[in-house]
Design a protein around this ligand. Structure first.
Ligand code: KG4
Ligand code: ZN
Length: 342
């Protein structure tokens, strides 16, 4: 048995988790504490995340978050520390990495660098079921505020990115279109809430960019522009009406889902995947989860509970464990904002 402390600061959430890992081959992750200091209220005023402001918040939140995690976990002996190396916002990553470097030195324990995207992937694969050979090859769809990638997973640690967004990420599209509609940051939950309230069938029709392209790439900036033009063409009265906002939210969400689901199915078929993994903040979206599972029919869909889809420390600890098995520890982690998976 092993106790891992893990730290996540790649964007606007300060996440610290403490987990016990039972078993090496088929590890089971027991969460002793999963603390998140959210900065949503700080960034809401500006409708998005400002890296230097986010860094300042991490600096303020790291120590109190660590203390409350340790307290909740009853001050266990920590065996290893894992931290997000990247990808993410440079000042934010450095805040977490410097903190982890100091902490590992103080505790005298191994320090493990972790890829954030792999965190989203493995937390979805392993929170509800143990690791099994029958899962692979798998296709992972990782959709968040910063990433939209389709990844072929041959086993834990063996990843090939087969497609990704050429411009905005899916979560970014939710955030930007929500802002156009006058909804709050973060846009994903706001749009999905409005979409669920829509009762009209008279929806505007938005494009499904690159849905039928032959590759596995995505593009969401055109969708955002289409929303902007549609919005601009409406009267002030319509723009601010609940009916318009709900119809538009429903269509935005459906357009994003249609593209994501269609490309994921195509990848599943081409690579004869035995399972599909859905991860990242956008994976918290109920409609996406439902519609993807329905279209996949018998192919199992692995997705974490919604609170572990958005950024957190648990996802970093899970990857930290596998990296520790592979002896990927280091004396000092260096942040890499462009760190790629695979
Ligand atoms: O993974 P995450 O917490 O941070 C990044 O790594 O980017 O993802 C945050 C993103 C935001 O863009 C947010 O709008 C989106 O995830 N999101 C959602 C939902 N909850 C969060 N998008 C759609 N539906 C949701 N329920
Ligand atoms: Zn993330």
């Amino acid at each position: 048995m092993l106790t891992i402390l893990s730290i996540e600061t790649s964007c606007d959430d300060t996440g610290i988790a403490i987990m016990k890992v039972h078993g090496l081959k088929k590890p089971r992750f027991e969460i002793l504490s999963n603390k998140i200091a959210s900065q949503i209220e700080v960034h809401r005023k500006y409708g998005g995340v400002y890296p230097l402001m986010a860094q300042r918040e991490h600096a303020k939140n790291l120590l109190p978050t660590l203390k409350s995690a340790l307290k909740e976990a009853s001050n266990p002996t920590i065996d290893i520390i894992a931290v997000t190396k990247g990808p993410g916002l440079s000042p934010c990553l450095w805040e977490g990495v410097n903190f982890a470097n100091d902490l590992a030195k103080e505790y005298g324990v191994p320090l493990i660098p972790v890829n954030h995207v792999e965190g989203h992937l493995l937390v979805s694969l392993l929170t509800n079921q143990p690791l099994s050979k029958n899962m692979f090859p798998a296709i992972a769809l990782i959709v968040s505020g910063g990433h939209t990638q389709l990844i072929l997973v041959k086993k834990v640690g063996d990843y090939t990115v087969i497609g990704e967004t050429r411009d905005d990420a899916a979560g970014e599209c939710f955030d930007k279109t929500a802002r156009i509609l006058g909804l709050e940051y973060p846009g994903g939950p706001a749009i999905s809430k409005e979409a669920a309230l829509n009762t009209s069938n008279n929806k505007p029709s938005l494009p499904r960019p690159m849905m039928h392209s032959k590759d596995y790439d995505f593009s969401f900036s055109g969708l955002k522009t289409a929303v902007l033009y549609h919005h601009k063409s409406q009267s002030k009265k319509t723009q601010s009406s609940k009916k318009y906002v709900r119809e538009m939210s429903s269509e935005i969400q459906q357009a994003i889902i249609d593209v994501l689901v269609s490309k994921t199915l195509k990848a599943r078929d081409e690579y004869s995947a035995k399972s599909v993994i859905l991860g990242g903040g956008v994976a918290a979206n109920d409609e996406l989860r439902k519609q993807l599972q329905k279209k996949l029919e018998k192919t199992p869909l692995f997705v974490a509970p919604a609170n572990l889809c958005t950024d957190n420390g648990v996802m970093i600890g899970i990857v930290g464990f596998f990296n520790w098995l592979k002896k990927k520890q280091t004396k000092k982690v260096i942040a890499d904002p462009n760190f790629r998976i695979g």
